[in-house]
Design a protein around this ligand. Structure first.
Ligand code: XMP
Ligand code: MG
Length: 200
């Protein structure tokens, strides 16, 4: 029996709260195309090398998963967890290690995979840490780059999109652990109630 056509319910953003407004900055379609091109660029630079992806938890998870599938060839991954951000939108300025890598990176072609480059303090910390461990190559891929916020002298080898200085969520990025499962990258703005929440 054919199913009855039902009225489409409006698309509710996962985890959405009324006091928060979301605006799509980069659609999933654009992300997919860009990630495919980034993977081609990376493979052009390392045609026959096994590539060891080091994802920075948790924001990079979706980006890493898509990038790994587009890369082809021999790919392995590991994860590190550091925190530089509190619960809200403001950086604490310091970087703290929560979980180190599981395996050695010595002699490997390592690609650090980050969701977003902001002040650059997190990446600076990671690069110093990893360089000491003597990888064969050490490169960085970031999905998003807020160039105008940079404090530390670091840059990525592969960049998805340069974005304005707005707080973004989706495609792995969170606000207070929500919105990571949005397929698009969205700008989140807070209403009066949301603001109170951040200041608390
Ligand atoms: P730094 O300042 O060290 O920061 O380059 C990098 C980390 O800060 C987080 N970050 C964000 N997270 N939306 C987020 O969800 C943002 O707009 C944003 N800006 C920075 C992120 O965890 C990144 O790894
Ligand atoms: Mg975060």
């Amino acid at each position: 029996m054919p199913t009855k056509a039902t009225k489409r319910s409006p698309r509710v953003k996962p985890g959405h709260r009324e006091e928060e407004t979301l605006r799509v900055l980069i659609s999933h379609q654009r992300i997919r195309e860009r990630v495919r091109h980034m993977a081609q660029e990376i493979r052009r630079d390392f045609p026959n090398e096994p590539i060891h992806l080091v994802g920075v938890l948790k924001g990079s998870v979706l980006f890493l998963a898509d990038l790994a599938r587009e890369l082809g060839g021999e790919v392995s991954f590991d994860f590190i967890s550091v925190s530089s951000y509190g619960k809200g939108m403001d950086s604490t300025g310091e970087v703290k290690m929560n979980k180190d890598l599981d395996v050695t990176i010595e002699g490997r072609s390592v690609l650090v995979v980050e969701d977003i480059l902001d002040t650059g303090l997190t990446l600076k910390y990671l690069l110093l840490l990893f360089e000491e461990r003597k990888p064969k190559h050490l490169r960085v891929a970031v999905l998003l780059d807020k160039v105008e916020r940079r404090i530390a002298d670091v840059k990525a080898d592969y960049t998805g999109f340069v974005i304005p200085n707005e707080f973004v969520v989706g495609y792995g990025l969170d606000y207070d652990e929500r919105y990571r499962n949005l397929p698009d990258v969205c700008i989140v703005r807070l209403g009066p109630r949301g603001k109170t929440k951040i200041e608390a």
